[in-house]
Ligand binder design. Structure first.
Ligand SMILES: *Cc1c(COP(=O)(O)O)cnc(C)c1O
Length: 452
């Protein structure tokens, strides 16, 4: 199928918003390795997660069997304020590249929070409210998760405390203000409000913080505050489950025009948007119905899939969380200070790690100046200023489209445009002024983190 009969944006009608999430684990021939209790090193039982997560989310985290899970009406109602999200045909990008490839992108920046994170934020806030909790704690790095969760908590009238990585707290004052506007409390991390924060400050007083360290603080705060639980915006199985709505909508929208992707590309930080985008296509792959290539794109300065180890590790720096088997750079890993391109988490979703390990997907890493080159090219052709994170996927989609140009193949490429970059102008400014530098850790540098 080809030609201009395919619209610029494929918009599913509101009543075709998927009513169920798809749980990819149900179709995996082998399950990801179980989470381990950090003290006993035994597989975690659901009840052991209750002090950290609300019950329904603890259940979803460990449920590898239920293939489809009903989306509660209150969540569906909220989804309708911004979903189904548009699937764009990137005609202008195709033309500028002179490629015969057909390029589609699923645009998740089309809601007020500006990223896909709202898909899981609203679900997690709903279940917390339904359980009658007193409040939630979380961390945020670049700020998109804090923004999305503060919106979701405002909707359900649920108090929220956000530990924001100190570096971005200082760099992105407007992110802070948005989160505060929605009524959440925000604390730069590491802070002196937790043991984990105080320990990290004692070790590295001038640290700009990391996601792993903010997670330690948020978890500690939750388990020491009456009626509070912790929520996380990526990595976890439950988050990939909620994000499956991205892939389900994409697949239906493409099917309206008899399209099916040959290549599916997503940026990968903790793996939630990629896991969600690929879910129903990976299902086809696992069940032998189709065989698309699936590519995870990560920054060369934080290369968990391409250069990490597949091993049990903590999800946080302070080692208070359960252990997960995943591709990891070591929980003490902090990307170089000149890294402005997002996707800074030290490890990758256990589900994606397992699929990658078993050969169902590929991974590539790009240096950030190369990524920002793609971002500016995309903004000029398609008129959307992409988030630095999303721009990793754009880089790879452009490179695949250029390979099609060289070979003359008209492949169908689908990538996830996870968000807009309007709060990341400091990073764009670095790129445009030529002060952006790249940092690729040496093997010796990585070894120091693995060793700990
Ligand atoms: C958080 C975020 C990402 C990376 O997170 P994943 O869990 O890997 O999807 C990518 N893009 C945007 C816009 C984000 O906010």
């Amino acid at each position: 199928m080809s030609g201009k009969s395919i619209p610029n944006r494929i918009l599913l009608p509101e009543d075709q918003t998927p009513r169920q999430w798809y749980n990819l684990r149900a179709d995996m021939p082998e399950q990801p390795e179980p989470l381990l209790n950090p003290t006993t090193r035994q597989p975690l039982r659901e009840e052991e997660l209750y002090p950290i997560f609300c019950k329904e989310l603890a259940h979803q985290e460990l449920d590898g069997e239920t293939r489809y899970i009903d989306i509660p009406d209150a969540i569906l109602d909220y989804y309708k304020t911004y979903r189904p999200s548009p699937l764009h045909r990137a005609y202008r990008l195709e033309e500028a590249l002179g490629t015969p490839a057909r390029i589609y992108f699923k645009f998740e920046g089309n809601n007020t929070s500006g990223s896909h994170k709202l898909n899981s934020a609203i679900a997690q806030a709903y279940y917390a409210k339904a359980e009658g909790l007193a409040g939630l704690t979380t961390e945020t790095g670049a700020g998109q998760w804090g923004t999305a969760l503060s919106m979701a908590c405002a909707h359900f009238n649920l108090p929220l405390t956000v530990y924001m990585v100190k570096g971005s707290y200082q760099q992105k004052p407007y992110r802070r203000s948005i989160i505060q506007t929605f009524g959440a409390q925000i604390i730069p991390s590491p802070s002196d409000t937790t043991n984990a924060g105080r320990a990290i400050l004692a070790q590295i007083p001038d640290t700009t913080g990391s996601l792993g360290c903010a997670i330690s603080e948020a978890v500690e705060k939750a388990v020491t505050s009456e009626g509070h639980r912790y929520v996380l915006g990526s990595v976890l199985n439950q988050v990939l489950l909620h994000q499956s709505i991205i892939g389900l909508e994409s697949k239906s929208a493409l099917a309206l025009y008899d399209e099916y992707p040959d290549i599916i590309i997503g940026c990968a930080g903790g793996g939630s948007n990629l896991g969600g985008l690929i879910a129903p296509f990976m299902q086809d792959k696992l069940t032998g119905k189709a065989n698309p290539r699936i590519i995870a794109v990560e920054p060369a300065s934080c290369p968990s899939l391409t250069r990490g180890k597949y091993a049990y590790d903590f999800c946080d720096t302070g080692k208070v969380t359960p252990l997960a088997k995943m591709y990891t750079l070591g929980c003490q890993f902090i990307p170089s200070a000149n890294h402005a391109g997002g996707l800074r988490y030290h490890a990758m979703s256990p589900i994606l790690s397992k699929l990658y390990h078993d050969g169902y997907m590929e991974a590539v890493a790009y240096e950030q100046s190369n990524v920002f080159e793609a971002a500016t090219f995309f903004s000029k052709t398609e008129g959307i200023l992409p988030a630095p994170e999303s721009s990793h996927a754009i880089r790879s989609a452009i490179d695949e489209a250029l390979l099609c140009k060289a070979s003359g193949e008209a492949k169908t490429i689908l990538f996830g445009l996870t968000g807009t970059g309007y709060f990341d102008m400091a990073a764009y400014e670095q790129f445009l002024s030529g002060t952006m530098t790249d940092h690729v850790p040496t093997d010796a540098e990585l070894e120091t983190f693995f060793a700990e």
